[in-house]
Design a protein around this ligand. Structure first.
Ligand SMILES: *Cc1c(COP(=O)(O)O)cnc(C)c1O
Length: 331
C-alpha cells in the first residue's frame, strides 16, 4: 500500500492539532478526552470534506474537468468546501441540493447556504428526499457537455473509495502524532454520515495495525443500515489500496443520538454544543459534530467510557451551520 501513488492536491499545510480537553475531561469525571482538530483543515472554514477533496479534485483535474458537480443538504459543509476547492483550482462548481427535510431549502438562508452564493456557485438545482440524486447530477453534466465543457461528479459527502483515502491518510496522521506526543488512545469517536470519514479511518487504522476501536455516532441512519454501508465502503476502499478489509466486528455505528432525524436538533446536541463552546472554546456544529459529541457525553455518563480511558474525538468541522441554528442554540 502506498497512498503516495494517488494524485493529491494539498489544502492544509500541516497536521491538524491533537489537543487534550482538560475542562471537558473534568466535567465528565472519568475518561480523558482528546480532540483531533479537523475543524481547522484548509479551504473555507475547514472540516472533514477538505481531506476527501484533496484526492477527488486531483482526479477531476487529471481527467481534464472544468466544473465540479456535487450534492448535499441545504446546509451542506461538503457543498461549501467543494465550492471553495473549485475556486482555488479555477474550476466552476454546480450543486444539487437535497431537501432531506421537506421545504428546508430557503435561497436566502444564512450559514453554509449563504456561502454557496459568496463562493460563487454557478448553478444550484433543488430536489426532494427520495429523488434520484445521481440523475440530477448527470443532468448538469449533460448540460455542460452540450456546451463543450466537462463536469466531474463528486458523490454526496465525497464518500467513495477515492474520497475515503483522505481519512486513511488521517488515520496515519493520528498514529504518527500519537507516537510523537507519546499518547496512546483507547478509542476513537467520530460522527458517521455518508461513511467516507468513518470507513476511511477504519481502513487506515487497519493498514497500520492500530487496534483501538473506532466508534461512529450516526447522524441519519439506523444502526444496522449504517454499519452495512460502512463495511461496504471500507471493503471498496481497502481494495483500492490493496490491503485486507476491516471486518464486520470492527464496525460500530451507534444510532441513539440521531433523535427525530437528520439535521433535526436534540436536547443532547444543544447541551454538547454549549458544553464545548463554554468549557473549551471549541465550536461544534448542530448536525454532525454536535450529535457525535452528545454520543461521547452519553457514553461517558453511562459508564461505557471507563475511568482513565483515553478517548480521541475527531472534530469533523461544520461550524458555519451554527448560524442557521441561532434560534435553537441561543440561551
Ligand atoms: C459530512 C460531515 C460529517 C460526516 O462525515 P461522512 O464522511 O459523511 O460520514 C461529519 N461532520 C461534518 C461537519 C460533516 O460536514
Amino acid at each position: 500500500m502506498q497512498l503516495v501513488r494517488f494524485p493529491r492536491r494539498r489544502y492544509t499545510p500541516d497536521f491538524t492539532p491533537l489537543e487534550r480537553l482538560p475542562r471537558l475531561t473534568d466535567a465528565l469525571g472519568g475518561p480523558e478526552i482528546w480532540i483531533k482538530r479537523d475543524d481547522l483543515l484548509g479551504l473555507a472554514a475547514g472540516g472533514n470534506k477538505t481531506r476527501k477533496l484533496e484526492f477527488l479534485v486531483a482526479d477531476a483535474l487529471a481527467q481534464g474537468a472544468d466544473t465540479l458537480i456535487t450534492v448535499g443538504a441545504p446546509q451542506s459543509n461538503h457543498c461549501r468546501l467543494t465550492l471553495a476547492a473549485a475556486a482555488k483550482e479555477g474550476l466552476k462548481c454546480r450543486l444539487v441540493l437535497e431537501q432531506r427535510v421537506a421545504g428546508s431549502y430557503k435561497p436566502d438562508a444564512t450559514g453554509n447556504n449563504f456561502l454557496y452564493n459568496l463562493l460563487g456557485a454557478e448553478k444550484i438545482s433543488v430536489v426532494n428526499a427520495g429523488d434520484d440524486l445521481n440523475a440530477a447530477m448527470q443532468a448538469h453534466a449533460a448540460e455542460l457537455e452540450a456546451a463543450g465543457r466537462k463536469g466531474y461528479i463528486i458523490p454526496g459527502g465525497g464518500s467513495n473509495p477515492l474520497g475515503a483515502l483522505g481519512y486513511v491518510a488521517c488515520a496515519h496522521e493520528i498514529v504518527a502524532q500519537s507516537f510523537e506526543q507519546g499518547i496512546s488512545f483507547d478509542r476513537i469517536i467520530v460522527a458517521s454520515g455518508s461513511c467516507g470519514t468513518h470507513s476511511g479511518l477504519l481502513v487506515g487504522a487497519k493498514s497500520v495495525h492500530f487496534d483501538a476501536p473506532i466508534t461512529g455516532i450516526n447522524v441519519r441512519r439506523p444502526r444496522t443500515e449504517q454499519e452495512g454501508n460502512l463495511l461496504k465502503l471500507a471493503r471498496e476502499t481497502a481494495a483500492l489500496i490493496e490491503i485486507a478489509a476491516p471486518e464486520a466486528k470492527d464496525v460500530t455505528a451507534l444510532d441513539e443520538w440521531v433523535g427525530p432525524g437528520y439535521s433535526i436538533p436534540t436536547d443532547e446536541m444543544i447541551e454538547a454544543v454549549r458544553a464545548l463552546a463554554r468549557l473549551e472554546g471549541v465550536l461544534l456544529d448542530p448536525v454532525y459534530s454536535g450529535k457525535a459529541m452528545a454520543g461521547l457525553i452519553g457514553l461517558a455518563r453511562r459508564g461505557e467510557l471507563k475511568r482513565g480511558e483515553r478517548v480521541l474525538f475527531v472534530h469533523t468541522g461544520g461550524s458555519p451551520a451554527l448560524y442557521a441554528y441561532q434560534n435553537v442554540l441561543q440561551s
